[in-house]
Each structure stands twice: as structure tokens, then as C-alpha cells.
Design a protein around this ligand. Structure first.
Ligand code: CA2
Length: 147
């Protein structure tokens, strides 16, 4: 069975509590439920993690090698700053889809920069929580075609 890791970075645990005009009212628990149910429909095993710590995200990416077939990563603000996450993704040689709830390109200029995109299979942004099942479909399609 295809196994994927869905990894969420800093402040995403706050979803649904603040800034609903940007991120909507959905919580990270709601997103996990959505992903698990979509995973069942696709016959895909889903691991779902969130951390505010860059180090913990790095460890999760390292540990994904041999444990999962691909990663969906919403690295939050680390997307725009972290060469370490970029290097970790390159080192594990797993397909990674970069994901954002908001359309980062319609926001502040510092959000237009992504270190993750340089090493990602592709990027999905601006579709809110619906981006997660979209990313799962895209990752499964990639793994089925290429793997
Ligand atoms: O749009 C996305 O998914 C982001 O990755 C969300 C990050 C942001 O830094 C990225 O540029 C785009 C922010 C995470 C959520 O932060 C919240 C802050 C307050 C209340 C709720 C969420």
C-alpha cells in the first residue's frame, strides 16, 4: 500500500483560532480527518504530523526515507527561509509536494520566495484545505505513473 507523510510546519496548529479571513475556519484536526478519509478512498496509508520546530520537521523528513513513498509538506513560514529543509528534501530523494492553504503569490513579497519549491515535485497553493486531497491525488498519480 502506498504510504505518505503529510507534514505541517509552524503555527498551523493555530488554524481555526485566528486570521479566518486568510486561512478560513477549518482546524488542523479537521484537515487531518479530511486527509485520512481521502486516504481511505484512495487506498493510501496516511501519517499526519505537525511541529513548530524546524529540527523536528528535519527529523521527520529524514525518517520518511524507507518508511513512506512521498511527502506533502506545508512548511509554513519555514518555506520562505529554510535552506535546511530544502537540503533535507534533496537528501531523502522522495517526491515532495509543497502545499499552502493561501495563495502565497497574492500576498507579501517575502512569501513569493520558496526554498522548498526548488526541490519539490510541484506546488499547490490557494485552495485552502481542499489543497490537501488535491496534493494526495497528484502524489499518487506520480507514484503510480513512475513507480
Ligand atoms: O498558506 C499557507 O499554508 C502558509 O504556509 C501558512 C503559513 C505562512 O507563513 C505561509 O506563508 C503560508 C502560516 C501558518 C498559519 O499561521 C496561522 C497564524 C495565525 C492563525 C492561524 C494560522
Amino acid at each position: 500500500m502506498t504510504s505518505i507523510l503529510i507534514l505541517n510546519g509552524p503555527n498551523l496548529n493555530l488554524l481555526g483560532t485566528r486570521q479566518p479571513e486568510v486561512y478560513g475556519h477549518i482546524t488542523l484536526d479537521d484537515i487531518e480527518t479530511l486527509c485520512r478519509s481521502h486516504g481511505e478512498a484512495l487506498g493510501m496509508d496516511v501519517a499526519f504530523l505537525q511541529s513548530n520546530s524546524e529540527g523536528a520537521l528535519l527529523e521527520a523528513i529524514h525518517s520518511a526515507k524507507g518508511a513512506h513513498d512521498g511527502i506533502i509538506l506545508n512548511a509554513g513560514a519555514y518555506t520562505h527561509t529554510s535552506i535546511a529543509l530544502m537540503d533535507a528534501i534533496s537528501s531523502v530523494e522522495l517526491p515532495v509536494i509543497e502545499l499552502h492553504l493561501s495563495n502565497v503569490h497574492a500576498r507579501e513579497e517575502f512569501r513569493h520566495v520558496s526554498y522548498i519549491a526548488r526541490v519539490a515535485l510541484g506546488v499547490i497553493c490557494g485552495f485552502g484545505a481542499a489543497g490537501y486531497p488535491l496534493a494526495m491525488d497528484a502524489l499518487l498519480g506520480h507514484l503510480t505513473r513512475d513507480g
